[in-house]
Every structure is written in structure tokens, then in C-alpha cells.
Design a protein around this ligand. Structure first.
Ligand SMILES: NC(=O)c1ccc[n+]([C@@H]2O[C@H](COP(=O)([O-])OP(=O)(O)OC[C@H]3O[C@@H](n4cnc5c(N)ncnc54)[C@H](OP(=O)(O)O)[C@@H]3O)[C@@H](O)[C@H]2O)c1
Length: 316
């Protein structure tokens, strides 16, 4: 029997970790086995992974002892935090510190940390081009992740910093799909002007991560940005129109308008899109289509993603 290495995958029942778990489990010649980390081994998603051959282990990022057990004997780990569960960058930081503490003792060969930019390096808190949120942040769901990068370095951990892109799946799950206007047309609203938005199929994040683990040592200490395709609001609207067979129009709202939409996190996302608009080149240049494709030869562009997912986009 061939010996395999265990990868402990946090968020294995979610979008990013789930994609990685499925990518490894679908590869019969993989040198890795999947340890899927979840708070609930009895959930349908955990059972589905178990059915595909994953080891299931219960752990909670709020409980360091459970993280330690999840990492015990593992050779590698995929680590992601879950901002939208609690909307708290402080909680993210606390959970990251728990993970780092446990990872130091676990003697891992390779960790992928799913991070994002600390936008305060571009827009300091006293810059009033966008409001400061939660007193210390410009884009709360980005900033703590980016600020935590240096904690991994200081801890001497063998980390690859993975910078992900906007999930196209947000059109299905995050309420960002086309909304019907009074004129009968459908609208997608982003405050991006004509700047391209780096997007990706959520499932491809895990497949790219698998590619990073396969490259191993070469990518330790490196930042890898991944993207499926970079498209303007007009481009996305045209592709959505074709795939959904309705007229979808890009509504280039202002960041102020987006922040005032009123749903939980609208201010955070308004700042995020403004950051991606105003520092578009900086944001997009670290997310390279060619390298993403090298990591994941099945990488989807938006049309391919739509061909398989358009019917799941809710339109009223
Ligand atoms: N949406 C986007 O466009 C986008 C783009 C880039 C980055 N992101 C980032 O992606 C992150 C979320 O990743 P995702 O989309 O893969 O998540 P997801 O699909 O929302 O899944 C949530 C996962 O969180 C796990 N979880 C939640 N709290 C936990 C805890 N205390 N301990 C252990 N596991 C916990 C859940 O596992 P169980 O319920 O099974 O325990 C589940 O697997 C966010 O931080 C977000 O900022 C999102």
C-alpha cells in the first residue's frame, strides 16, 4: 500500500475547503489523504465528504485543543477563516492566532493560508475617501486577514499566502444576482466604473490550492493570487444576459450608494468594491490567469461557469 500524507482542511464543508477536499478525493493517484475539519461530523456535507473517502474530524476555531487534534499527525493544512459567520475581524484574528499556535507544534510541511489584502496599506484610516468601519478597518473582511500574514511569517511557518478573488457563486448565494427593475430589465449593481473585477468559480479555489500543494516547497513563503477571469460590469451583464436569456444591465452605482443598500455587510462590500476599483491594477496584477491555469488546468472562465450554473442563479 502506498503511504500518503494527511492534509487537514479547515472549512472542508464550505466553498474553499470543499473544493480542495473534492479535488484530492477525485484524484486516485494523489499522495494526499483528506482530513475534513468541521464543527459537526453529522452534517449532510460532512457525511458526503466521508462518503467520498475523507476522514472527518470535529474541531472549532474557537477551541485551540480541538485545532491541535485536527492537526495531529498531518503533513499539511489548508486554513481559512469565516468572516461572514460573525462579521468580526477581531474574532478572525483570535482564531488565526489559535491556529498559528497549534500549527507551530504540529510540525507541518506546508500550510496554505487563504488571505486577502490589508486595504489599510493603500488607504490609511485617516484617508476619508471611504469611511472607517468598526473603528479600525477600511474593509473589515479583508484587513484582519492581510494583517495576519506577518504573524505566520513571525511564527516561522511554511506558508503559501493564497489571495482569492470574488466568487461568481455570489450571484447564487450572496444576493448579488440580477434584480428586476421597474422597467422590466434586470440589473447587477457594483461600484466598479468600467474596471475589471477579478472573479473565480468558488470550486476552482480548492483546485488551485491542490496545485499549490503539489508544487510544494517551491511556493512556500510566496503569495499566490488566483483568478478565473477579469471582467467589467458590462462584460458580466452581457454574459449573464446571454446565459439567462434576459436583459441584464450593469448599474454602475457609486460606492456611497452601495454602502447604503442596508443589507448586513453592505458598507464593508461597498468599501471593498471601491478598493478594487481605485487600486484596480494593484489588486488585479497579483491575480494571474496563466499561473492559476497552471495550478488548475480545469480553471473555468465566466462563460464556462455560467454554462453549468446559470440555472442556479435566482431571478424573480
Ligand atoms: N464570497 C466571496 O466572494 C469571497 C471571496 C474571497 C474570500 N472570501 C472569504 O472566504 C471566507 C469563507 O470561506 P468559504 O466561502 O469557503 O466559507 P463557506 O462556504 O461560507 O463555509 C463556511 C465554513 O466555515 C466553517 N466554520 C465556520 N465557523 C467555524 C469555526 N468556528 N470553526 C471551524 N469551522 C468553522 C463551516 O464548517 P462547519 O459548519 O461544517 O463547521 C463551513 O465549512 C470568508 O472569510 C470570506 O471573507 C469570500
Amino acid at each position: 500500500m502506498k503511504t500518503t500524507k494527511t492534509i487537514a482542511i479547515f472549512g472542508a464543508t464550505g466553498a474553499q475547503g470543499g473544493g480542495l477536499a473534492r479535488a484530492i478525493l477525485a484524484d486516485p493517484s494523489s499522495e494526499y489523504t483528506v482530513r475534513a475539519v468541521t464543527r459537526n461530523a453529522n452534517s449532510e456535507k460532512a457525511k458526503a465528504l466521508s462518503g467520498l473517502g475523507a476522514e472527518i474530524i470535529e474541531a472549532d476555531l474557537n477551541n485551540p485543543d480541538s485545532i491541535k487534534k485536527a492537526l495531529n499527525g498531518a503533513a499539511a493544512a489548508y486554513f481559512v477563516t469565516f468572516f461572514w459567520e460573525h462579521f468580526s475581524p477581531e474574532k478572525e484574528l483570535e482564531q488565526i492566532k489559535h491556529f498559528i499556535q497549534c500549527a507551530k507544534e504540529a510540525n507541518l510541511e506546508h500550510i496554505i493560508w487563504s488571505t486577502l489584502e490589508d486595504t489599510r496599506n493603500w488607504i490609511p484610516l485617516d484617508d476619508d475617501r471611504m469611511p472607517t468601519l468598526q473603528e479600525k478597518y477600511k474593509v473589515p473582511h479583508f484587513d484582519a486577514k492581510g494583517a495576519a500574514d506577518k504573524l505566520f511569517v513571525e511564527a516561522g511557518l511554511p506558508v503559501t499566502f493564497l489571495r482569492t478573488s470574488f466568487y461568481w457563486d455570489n450571484f447564487i448565494y450572496f444576493g448579488m444576482g440580477p434584480q428586476k427593475g421597474d422597467d422590466g430589465n434586470y440589473y447587477i449593481a457594483f461600484p466598479m466604473d468600467d474596471k475589471p473585477l477579478a472573479g473565480i468559480a468558488a470550486e476552482d479555489i480548492g483546485k488551485c490550492a491542490y496545485g499549490i500543494f503539489k508544487k510544494g516547497k517551491a511556493l512556500i513563503g510566496k503569495t499566490v493570487g488566483i483568478v478565473g477571469e477579469k471582467l467589467s460590469g458590462n462584460d458580466m451583464a452581457a454574459k449573464l444576459s446571454k446565459a439567462l436569456n434576459i436583459q441584464v444591465i450593469y448599474n454602475n452605482v457609486s460606492p456611497e450608494t452601495y454602502r447604503s443598500f442596508g443589507f448586513p455587510g453592505a458598507d464593508d462590500l461597498g468599501n471593498m468594491f471601491q478598493f478594487k476599483r481605485d487600486f484596480n491594477n494593484d489588486f488585479n496584477k497579483v491575480r494571474d490567469e496563466k499561473f492559476s491555469l497552471e495550478l488548475n488546468p480545469q480553471l473555468q472562465d465566466f462563460d464556462t461557469w455560467l454554462s453549468m450554473n446559470a440555472s442556479r442563479i435566482p431571478i424573480d
